[in-house]
Design a protein around this ligand. Sequence first.
Ligand code: SAM
Length: 472
Amino acid sequence: MNTSAPSPLAWLAYCRPGFESDLAEEIFQRFHCSAVEIVENSGFVIAPGARLKTLGETAVATLTFARQLVLISPQSVVLTSNDRVNPILAALTDFLALTGQQSVTDCWVEYPDTNDGKALSRAAKAIGPRLLEALAAENKIVGHAKYRAHVFLTPDKKAWVGLADMNLSAPDYLGIPRIRMPHDAPSRSTLKLAEAFQQFLADADSLALQPDMRAVDLGAAPGGWTWQLISRGIRVIAVDNADLKGDLVDNAMVKHMRHDGFKYQPNVPVDWMVCDMVESPSRIANLVAKWLTQGWARYVIFNLKLPMKKRAGEVLRCEAIISEACLEAGLPLTLQLKQLYHDREEVTGFATIPTKRSQFAHNRYATKVTNAKSSAATPISAEKPKRLTHGLISRHGSAGAGAEAQKVGRTKGAALGRTPSLNASSTTSRGTSPWSAKPAPKIATKQKSKPKSSSASALATARRAKSKSKSN
Ligand code: SAM
C-alpha cells in the first residue's frame, strides 16, 4: 500500500444521534481536520482530509463519542436507479484499487442509528449478500485480510464506501454490541457495566474479573451493576442509601451499606470500584482520582453524567482531573472514556494503575498497551492529557508492544506499583473485612455471542440470503 502520498479520503464515524458535534470536536482535535461535516441527529460525522496511512494507526477506541470509524472515499454513490448493487460494487472496487487492497475480510452494509436510518435495514440486508457474493467471485473476500469493507447507506439515498482496520475498528455490526438483558437483573443499568467489561477488558472472563475478587459499588441501588459483579463471582459492598432489589437483598455475595458514596472508605483495598452515582462529572472524576491515588481499588469503572452543552470539553476536563492527580502521586495511569451504546447522556470510564512489571490489554480491539516502564516523575504540564493511538490516555506511557498483553497472566495478583496489594487471595486484613462467610449462590453469566465476521460465515449468510432475496 502506498502510504506516502496524500490521498483524497475522509473519515466516517458513527455515533449516538445527538452527539455529532461532540464527535466532530473530538475528530477535529484528534485528526487536525480542516473541517468536519455534521448534520444534527444524523448519527454520523464525515471528516474530509484523511490520509491512507492513518487507517492502520487509528483505533475507534481513541474517540469517546465514536461507535465506528471507517476510512471512506469522500465521493458518495448516489443511488437513483433500481440497480443499487452495481454502482456500489463499482465504487467499492475503485476504492480497493485506490487504497491498494486485493481483498477484504468481509463487507458490511450499514446505516445510521436513527429512525430514518433504521428504515434502510431491509435494503442493507438485500444489498449486503449480493455485494459479498460479487466480491467473493473475484476472490476479494479473504479471512486474513487486514481490512473490512463498509458500505454506509444514508436516508438521502447515498452510499459511502470505505475500509476499517480489523484490529482497530469496532467488531460489532453498526458499531453496536448486542447484549441480552439478563431476566433476573434488577435494572437495565446492568447492561452498561456488561458493555463496559466488553469494551475495556481484553478478555472479560480472565484476569481482571476473577471469582473471589472484591468490589465496591458506589451508588449501587437498585443493583444492576452489583448483579454484574456477583454474576462473575465477585463479592460486592453495595453503597447506597436507597434499597437494593430482588435477589440482591439477601445475597451472601452482597453487603449493602447505607452510606454516602463520597465519604465511604474501604477497610481493605479492593480489586474493583464501580461508580454510577448521579453527580457532577468533575466530582465523580475527583472521587475516582482519590480511589486510585489512595490505592483503594485496582480497577475502576465509572459513569459520568454529562451536561447538556460542551460535553466533549467536560470529558476532557474529567480526564485531566484524574490524570493530573495520578501524575502528582507519581502513578502511571491507564484511562479510557467511551460513550457506550447503553449510555445515554453520559460516558463510561475505565481507569487502572498498571503494574510495574507488566501491562494490561484493556481494549478488546486495541492492539497496544501503555508502557509503564517510562518515568513516573514526568513533571505536570499544562497541556491536555495526550491521547495515544491505541485509545489509552497516559502522561507517562508510550505505545508498547501488543505482545505485552501476553504477560498479563503473570501479573495476576501482583501488587500495584506503590499501592497496597490488591490480590483478593492475599489480602491480609480479612479479619477487618465486612464480608459474610456464608457460601454464596451464583447467578449465571449470560455471554454475548461472538460477532460473525469471518469471510466463511459471511459467505454462508450471503448464499442463504441470496436464495431468499431477489430484489436489491
Ligand atoms: N448502577 C445502579 C444499577 O445498576 O442499578 C443504578 C444507580 S442509579 C443511576 C444512581 C444511584 O446513586 C441511586 O440509587 C442513588 O441513590 C445513588 N446515589 C446518589 N448519590 C449518592 C451518594 N452521595 N452516595 C451514595 N449513593 C448515591
